[in-house]
Design a binder for this molecule. Structure first.
Ligand code: DSN
Length: 423
């Protein structure tokens, strides 16, 4: 039978683009730490008739009729998340991470309140108080920074800043921080200065569920996670919080910020949570971290400078400007040509610009989902080194691309079946 038969009939152009993207995802090593491969089961839920239904409100309190099934779907997703994280309340309706943070802040802050999040160039997120984002204009943002020597969280400095600016909220959880986060230290500082504590675990949720990173719940007051990163679910998000903020969180999402939830996404979140409860997922999370450490060692051997000197989690932040004499963007472009897809990234105290920074960011979640282990990470480190050393040499990059593609043929991608492409 033809692959994607309805699309072949209705919109062959989009069908071709989807198949071409499947080939790109299959034939390259995907190293962007926030990306992953969702399973066929997640895709089936995402592509289901649940997308047809409007269901403003919450289970048993909806505005439209016909919620017999959507109530059950949403309740399943909520209950699975509550159990996994050991948290009082979960809202599974946010469309993605940024609206989830927006709603969580709206639930517990007033405009003009002071917030402290990690500065974006140090590994924070736009929605953690960066000046051009709503979070930096609606609230009085006083960002904290990493220690210039260790490039790690500096709890003495964070405490000093908090005592000085008396924030209503402190935010922890990052997009480019390769080390474990000590949530209890944040809780202590929040308690000392009378701030609420918000944890954004988007990058590390899969590691938390798999037991490879401490869980900030229930010690955090509120928190969010996207569902498509190490969790391997659909593109979406959840807000998690203590019971006392449950009503405010629900109201902040609907009617505060959103209309009808995307029920197909909710179903796929439930599926991803079920997959993450299986024993294999623990092994997956362990291997993600093992792979990152082996890759880190290989890159150190090749003379790369790793921010903080290494990694405890799924990601590596690599300073290439001083250690290899190449800007991050030129390095990421050369790697892409050679079949290894990453992103350029600021490093702490970067002297270069956000669009042309000094570093690249690499993660192991996607490659580990394909079953790659230590041996493949060592090969990857060698290829990265060679590609960056020959960034202007298209023939070398092409040769490496071929070698990467050959390796990828032996490691299946969840959710992608190459045998269907020629049907
Ligand atoms: N875009 C995500 C990342 O790559 O880390 C954060 O939202």
């Amino acid at each position: 039978m033809t692959y994607l038969p309805a699309l072949e009939k209705t919109d062959p152009e989009i069908r071709d683009l989807i198949i071409t993207e499947e080939k790109r995802e299959f034939n390259k090593m995907r190293l962007i730490p926030s990306e992953n491969y969702a399973s066929h089961a997640v895709f089936e839920a995402t592509g289901s008739c649940l997308t047809n239904k409007y269901s403003e409100g919450y289970p048993k309190k909806r505005y439209y009729e016909g919620q017999q099934i959507t109530d059950l779907v949403e309740t399943l997703a909520i209950e699975r998340a509550k159990k996994i994280f050991g948290v009082d309340h979960v809202n599974v309706q946010p469309y993605s991470g940024s609206p989830a943070n927006q709603a969580a802040y709206r639930a517990i802050l007033k405009p003009g309140d002071t917030i402290m999040g990690l500065s974006l160039p140090h590994g924070g997120h736009l929605t953690h108080g960066w000046k051009v984002n709503f979070s930096g204009s609606l609230y009085n943002s006083v960002p904290y920074e990493l220690n210039p020597e260790t490039e790690m969280l500096d709890f003495d400095k964070i405490r000093e800043l908090a005592l000085e600016c008396k924030p209503q909220l402190i935010i922890a959880g990052y997009t480019a921080y390769p080390r474990l986060i000590d949530w209890t230290k944040f809780r202590e500082i929040c308690d000392e200065v009378g701030a609420k504590f918000h944890a954004d675990t988007s990058h590390i949720t899969g590691l938390i569920i798999g037991g490879e990173h401490p869980n900030p719940f229930p010690i955090a007051d509120t928190g969010i996670t996207t569902t498509h990163k190490t969790l391997r679910g659909p593109r979406g998000a959840m807000i998690l919080c203590k019971e006392e903020y449950a009503e405010a969180v629900n109201k902040a999402i609907m009617p505060g910020l959103q209309g009808g939830p995307h029920n197909s996404t909710t179903a796929a979140i439930a599926v991803a949570l079920k997959e993450a409860e299986a024993p294999e997922f623990k092994l997956y999370a362990q291997q993600v971290v093992k792979n990152a450490k082996v890759l880190a060692d290989k890159l150190l051997e090749h003379g790369f400078r790793l921010v903080t000197g290494g990694t405890d989690n799924h990601l590596l932040l690599i300073e290439v400007f001083e250690s290899k004499g190449i800007l991050g963007r030129d390095a990421s472009k050369a790697l892409d040509k050679a079949g290894m897809v990453c992103n350029c990234n600021m490093v702490p105290f970067d002297k270069n610009t956000p669009f042309n920074p000094s570093g690249i960011r690499i993660g192991t979640p996607s490659m580990t989902s394909r079953g790659m282990k230590e041996d493949e990470m060592k090969k990857l480190g060698d290829w990265m080194n060679e590609a960056i050393a020959h960034a202007d040499d298209d023939a070398t990059l092409k040769r490496i691309e071929g070698e990467v593609q050959e390796l990828c043929q032996s490691f299946p991608c969840p959710g992608i079946d190459p045998s269907k492409w020629n049907r």
